[in-house]
Design a protein around this ligand. Structure first.
Ligand SMILES: N[C@@H](CCC(=O)N[C@@H](CS)C(=O)NCC(=O)O)C(=O)O
Length: 237
């Protein structure tokens, strides 16, 4: 049936290109859940190299997940996506009004997305459980030797976590920068989850981050974004 003139047209559903285990995709899933936004999950299997498919490269020429599609907007970076969602969808603000707290949230997000995660990205690291997979970017393994890539990665995560622990320990409430979930939490949660489940980081060194991890694991928006809950996770097939 034709739309009546002037009738509101339902906005197209958002689409998220994601890989279940990708911590960058995990951040965006949390932000979408917090803001109550439904989205279509578009799985991109990094281990099969689907991020290098010419069709996907039209979505993100960097060949990375995540990428968000919102109507004619296509955004291929979790930081940019988070800020876009914040501007466009005001429900559950991720950035506080207070300028110092806002800057702190941006700083912590940046520590995670430029100071930690890129150093354990697939293009840098070969995980021991990926050895059976023909993967061309064995950069760190070639540099530091077989079996040394995980300790090397642990050093990088420890450096970032020491900084983050220092920054949040004075101002954390229930969450990283107070009693509301903010951008810092959206970025910290997947990084701490990866540190605990994949990189055997000793969280006793980071008591505030360890406590935050427990809070995140209890929060429905964070629970629904967990890697194992995603449609492309091995356990969910
Ligand atoms: N700065 C980008 C980084 C994205 C990124 O590194 N994505 C990873 C998954 S977490 C990826 O697609 N890696 C594929 C590869 O390294 O080949 C963002 O925050 O979205």
């Amino acid at each position: 049936m034709a739309e009546a003139a002037g009738a509101a047209v339902a906005p197209a559903k958002l689409g998220l290109y994601s890989y279940w285990r990708s911590s960058c995709s995990h951040r965006v899933r949390i932000a979408l859940n917090l803001k109550g936004l439904e989205y279509e999950y578009k799985a991109v299997n990094l281990l099969k190299g689907e991020h290098s498919d010419p069709e996907f490269m039209k979505v993100n020429p960097m060949k990375f997940v995540p990428a968000l599609v919102d109507g004619d907007a296509v955004i291929g970076d979790s930081y940019a996506i988070a800020l876009y969602l914040e501007d466009k969808y005001p429900e559950h603000p991720l950035l506080p009004q207070d300028l110092k707290m806002k800057a702190l949230n941006l700083q912590i997000a940046s520590i995670v997305c430029s100071g930690i995660q890129p150093l354990h990205n697939l293009t840098v690291l070969v995980r021991t459980d990926l050895h059976s997979i023909s993967y061309c970017h064995r950069f760190i393994e070639k540099k530091v030797g077989t079996g040394e890539s995980i300790p090397w990665t642990q050093q990088q995560i420890d450096r970032g976590f020491a900084a983050a622990e220092n920054l949040v320990k004075g101002c954390a409430g229930k969450y990283a920068t107070g009693d509301e979930v903010r951008l810092a939490d959206v970025f910290l949660a997947p990084q701490i989850y990866a540190a605990v489940t994949r990189f055997q980081i000793n969280m006793l060194n980071y008591p505030t981050l360890a406590r935050l991890h427990e809070e995140y694991m209890k929060h429905p928006a964070f629970q629904a974004a967990l890697p194992d809950r995603q449609p492309d996770a091995p356990s969910s097939t």
